[in-house]
Design a protein around this ligand. Structure first.
Ligand code: SF4
Length: 353
């Protein structure tokens, strides 16, 4: 579906009485609870261009990441998708999340549900996180004047698991580059029901015989309108593994069992996020993928002022380099010249081939 079809579909759903819950485009939000409330979870995944980020700078300082600034800028600009949002869910994922959530709620008059995510993933944190999920459920029940049953949550878990299986199946065929991201973006805007209704079967995806240099991609979010993945592919790379912030698909399925406990454990312990205090196991997982898929290198994408990556990038780079794996960091804003990025990518490809 193209963006205009997606918008029409969302408008139709809204006219039929369905609520739309906006979410900052991050990991570790148990969307199943939102979906179980009958609402559509809509991830704020539009990004750039620079003019829109500049509009966000009227609210947030220029030292906030360009994604958060452009998200606020899209509200200011009257983005038709974001105008459909009834309730907004934000928290403490990062500095961009904290600032953008508060300003969006205050200046665009959208009720905000705070969802503060722990910084550690040990057992007490999982227990605390489960309480947060229960609070989220209560907030949605109060706002929408409904009751959310365990059965509804379990049904939502199976819908999302079906989607996870679909992405697992298409990943070996199409890789995890721009095409994979484009399909995820449809999910982020449409929510699971309409996505599942329109989903192609995995047989519709034909495995490509790739001649390009296979690499991993990690780091900051890549949103709709951001062409960094295509730029990388056009420079002769094939993105075979991607654990950047824009991938909310997880390798594992949510196991059966008491739904709130299963969600808490899953979301706090099965993420790809570098925003947590302990990042060594994320690095180990990345290295393991680079090794097992025999990838030639890794591209670390850092949006300026994106604190989860600004604070960990040296650690990520040093860890990979020390183990003999090539890594290229691209730090950027939405106004950075694509030509400059291409030059660096081409030099990197020559180096690792
Ligand atoms: S994760 Fe990074 S890019 Fe995303 S909102 Fe937070 S600071 Fe911005």
């Amino acid at each position: 579906m193209d963006l205009s079809e997606i918008l029409e579909e969302l408008k139709k759903q809204k006219d039929s009485g369905r609520k739309i819950v906006g979410i900052m485009a991050h990991q570790m939000i148990p969307e199943e609870i939102i979906h179980a409330s009958g609402a559509i979870p809509l991830k704020l995944s539009f990004s750039g261009p620079e003019e829109i980020s500049m509009r966000g700078t009227e609210y947030l300082t220029a030292a906030t990441c360009p994604l958060a600034r452009s998200t606020v800028g899209f509200f200011e600009d009257g983005n038709e998708f974001y105008s459909l949002i009834d309730v907004f869910l934000g928290g403490n994922y990062c500095n961009g999340d904290v600032c953008a959530s508060e300003y969006i709620s205050k200046y665009f008059k959208i009720p905000l549900i705070h969802f503060p995510i722990p910084w550690m993933d040990n057992s007490p944190s999982v227990h605390y996180y489960q309480t947060l999920i229960s609070n989220l459920k209560k907030s949605l029940e109060n706002i929408f004047k409904i009751q959310i049953t365990d059965e509804q949550i379990s049904n939502s878990i199976s819908s999302y698991n079906q989607i996870r299986k679909f992405f697992q199946e298409i990943k070996p065929k199409i890789g995890m580059g721009s095409q994979f991201q484009e399909i995820l973006n449809e999910l982020y805007l449409l929510g699971p029901d309409i996505f599942l209704r329109n989903i192609k079967t995995q047989q519709d995806f034909v495995k490509k015989e790739e001649q390009n240099t296979a690499i991993a991609f990690t780091g900051s979010f890549v949103g709709i309108n951001d062409h960094i993945l295509e730029t990388i592919e056009n420079c002769g790379f094939q993105i075979s593994y991607n654990n950047s912030e824009s991938i909310f698909y997880f390798d594992e399925l949510i196991p059966s069992g008491e739904p709130m406990a299963a969600l808490a454990q899953y979301y706090l312990q099965n993420h790809y996020s570098f925003r947590m205090l302990e990042t060594q196991h994320q690095i180990n997982r990345l290295v393991e993928k680079v090794k097992s898929l025999e990838l030639k290198g890794t591209i670390l994408h850092v949006l300026k002022f994106c604190d989860p990556y600004v604070s960990t990038r040296n650690y990520i780079k040093d860890s990979l380099s020390e183990q003999g794996y090539a890594i290229l960091e691209i730090e950027r804003d939405y106004d950075q010249s694509i030509e400059q990025i291409k030059t660096r990518l081409e030099a990197f490809r020559e180096m690792i081939e």
